[in-house]
Design a protein around this ligand. Structure first.
Ligand SMILES: Cc1ncc(COP(=O)(O)O)c(C=O)c1O
Length: 348
């Protein structure tokens, strides 16, 4: 029970905290990986921690169908579908993206899990239409917000912060820097508040991959807009979980994050990010994704090389999942081009 909210246990916890020996030797920084890609259902990922809390709330409210929204390749949607399948609920995902012309990556898994995906031209209208459809069929709808990022979803990462703090103390790295992806913000904000709650010495850095400004390539505008969005989210959490009391004592300038790894857009194909993915795969056999974790690990590598992370210091990379992303058409095409030389066809 956290701040008055319970959960239904779905995951394999605690997820491992692993030392990445080869990468550490190469970069001169002690790199660790928190394996939240290994959370269990349907190829895993960070959203399952949030969904433990949503599922409890949904079942308490008598829900028969979970509905959520996001990009066509939403990892959060796939994991909502996974939880629904496991607990006998129906599921629907609504996206304002175009149908990509093939059922691949997360869409393939959504279908396998028995989840309906609605491609709508207008999110406001489409969302209401889908909710009305299920309601008129006698279903009780529980709506999970995009990315699972509200006061309830965030609790999963408050809990993760305490788990990570325990592991970091046991492994002798209580003051490590922790690099985590910032998309819809729930993972970052949950961890930040959870680390404060347990008096942790870990220092959280968010790596933003989802532009918040209209001009997506403007890092400075993204920084301002994201800081405002985090502050609004924090105020909502403070009001709903702490009765308006400022128990965490944060100010907008306390949010530590970078907007310099967005590479101009959300979920774009970026050769430097793919190089980072190959680097981690070839050094540690850990697969990261091109949309989220690839950009965050790129920040770890860049900061180690530039000295922002001092030589000999400790850093934890939060692996938040996203594996199916490598099978998304526009990423797969680029990966295939670069990996073709590894295919030796008819050579012997
Ligand atoms: C693989 C992966 N990592 C990180 C994130 C970011 O988490 P949040 O949306 O809580 O900021 C997401 C969000 O979809 C994700 O799918």
């Amino acid at each position: 029970m956290l701040y008055g909210h319970g959960k239904i246990e779905i995951l394999h916890l605690p997820t491992p905290l692993e030392h990445l020996k080869n990468v550490s030797e190469d970069l001169g920084v002690n790199v660790y990986c928190k394996r939240d890609d290994l959370t269990g259902l349907a190829t895993g990922g960070n959203k399952l921690r949030k969904l433990e809390y949503f599922l409890k709330d949904a079942i308490d409210k008598g829900a028969t169908v979970l509905i959520t929204e996001g990009g066509a390749q939403t990892n959060h949607g796939r994991l909502t579908a996974a939880v629904a399948a496991k607990y006998g609920l129906k599921c629907a995902i609504i996206t304002a993206d175009q149908y990509p012309g093939e059922i691949s990556a997360n869409l393939l898994l959504d279908g396998m899990l028995g989840c309906d995906v609605y491609f709508v031209s207008d999110m406001e209208i489409g969302r209401q239409a889908v909710i009305d459809k299920y309601t008129s069929e006698g279903e009780t709808v529980y709506y999970v917000p995009m990315g699972g990022s509200n006061e309830i979803g965030m609790l999963g990462y408050m809990e993760c912060a305490a788990e990570l703090d325990r592991q970091a103390r046991e492994m002798g790295i209580p003051d490590a820097a922790v690099y985590v992806t910032v998309g819809s913000m729930g993972t970052y904000l949950g961890m930040l508040l959870g680390l404060i709650d347990c008096g942790s010495g870990l220092k959280l850095k968010g790596i933003n991959v989802l532009p918040y400004a209209e001009n997506t390539a403007d890092d400075e505008a993204n920084e301002t807009e994201l800081r405002n969005a985090l502050w609004d989210y924090y105020c909502r959490v403070r009001d709903s979980l702490a009765g308006g009391k400022d128990v965490w004592g944060l100010k907008p300038e306390d949010f530590d994050f970078e907007t310099t790894h967005i590479h101009g857009a959300y979920n774009n194909a970026v050769s430097e990010v793919r190089d980072t993915m190959y680097y981690l795969a070839r050094k540690e056999a850990i697969i990261i994704d091109p949309c989220y974790t690839g950009k965050t690990f790129e920040a770890v590598v860049d900061d180690a090389k530039s000295g922002k992370l001092p030589q000999g210091s400790d850093v934890i990379f939060m692996h938040t999942g996203g594996l199916p992303g490598i099978y998304t058409k526009h990423h797969r095409i680029e990966l295939e081009k670069e990996l073709m030389p590894y295919m030796h066809i008819g050579e012997f």
